[in-house]
Design a protein around this ligand. Sequence first.
Ligand code: A3D
Length: 320
Amino acid sequence: MARNKIALVGAGMIGGTLAHLAAMKEMGDIVLFDIAEGMPAGKALDLSQAGPVEGFDAKLKGTSDYKDIAGADVVIVTAGVPRKPGMSRDDLLGINLKVMKAVGEGIRANCPDAFVICITNPLDAMVWALREFSGLPHNKVVGMAGVLDSARFRHFLAEEFDVSMEDVTAFVLGGHGDTMVPILEYSTVAGIPVPDLIKMGWSTQEKMDAIVDRTRKGGGEIVALLGNGSAFYAPATSAIQMAESYLKDKKRVLPAAAHLTGQYGVDDLYVGVPVVIGAGGVERIVEIALDEEARKGFQVSVDAVEELLEACKGLDSSLA
Ligand code: A3D
């Protein structure tokens, strides 16, 4: 049986980390695509030389030619620019929208059967645009944000409760970052919901509120510490978990930016919700009843995504 093929479009900080993780896990052969000349080939060669030491067999190739992503089973997209000082959100949107157009067309022409995971920001709008430009079925194009946001939340909760991170689950809805909606009732330690843990004296509502706030600003905290660029280890790990669930048909239940068609009262938008990822891509959207507060928080996310989509449509008439 032929190995799977993983195409990484964007070979920057996240792209390089994705390649490293995918190789270490022997997920398949890996193509690193970037418009930067030489750099993807350099990373591919460097990583290939880790193979004999680590004992993995994966063919790695760096390229600037879309033909090399032909037949990819999974495409993970990080291509684009991150925000720099002096840039408005509209500037970022305009640049990355053009990048999504080129990437979408590259995917359409070369690997229309792939499962596509978008990471490029602003995530919820870029994944929608990438789907439009690629023309792939909605269940085969998904955005990574929820796994990362919930991982940040789980890390902080595990520290607060002084328990293994493995035993902490978190349930988040909504857009990436500031508009994320954590649902404490569905976030647990070994199945015990957080509100029960508060009653048991393990923590306080105030501490939980502070953790939610820190999680929402989690990306910014890392940007400020790094001084240049944004988080890349945890974002890459999160996307790899989604890719593995697809390739191994694991049917993991993971939060992701998925295309809604009426669920949660939302139509034709990508928003973060729990989904089942298996061999069919996004096989199911998990819809839970929301209380008043969660519904309000979710609506804020939806409004923010809608606003971004309107801006995208204004910038590219083919999307209108
Ligand atoms: P970076 O290291 O700058 O890598 C981006 C790469 O994209 C660079 O190597 C560019 O050369 C390349 N690129 C630019 N234009 C194109 C193009 N048209 N085709 C192919 N490649 C191109 O950034 P990064 O890896 O740190 O981050 C990548 C993206 O992920 C950014 O948009 C971040 O804002 C975003 N991000 C999202 C999350 C989420 O949770 C959603 C988290 C962290 C970062």
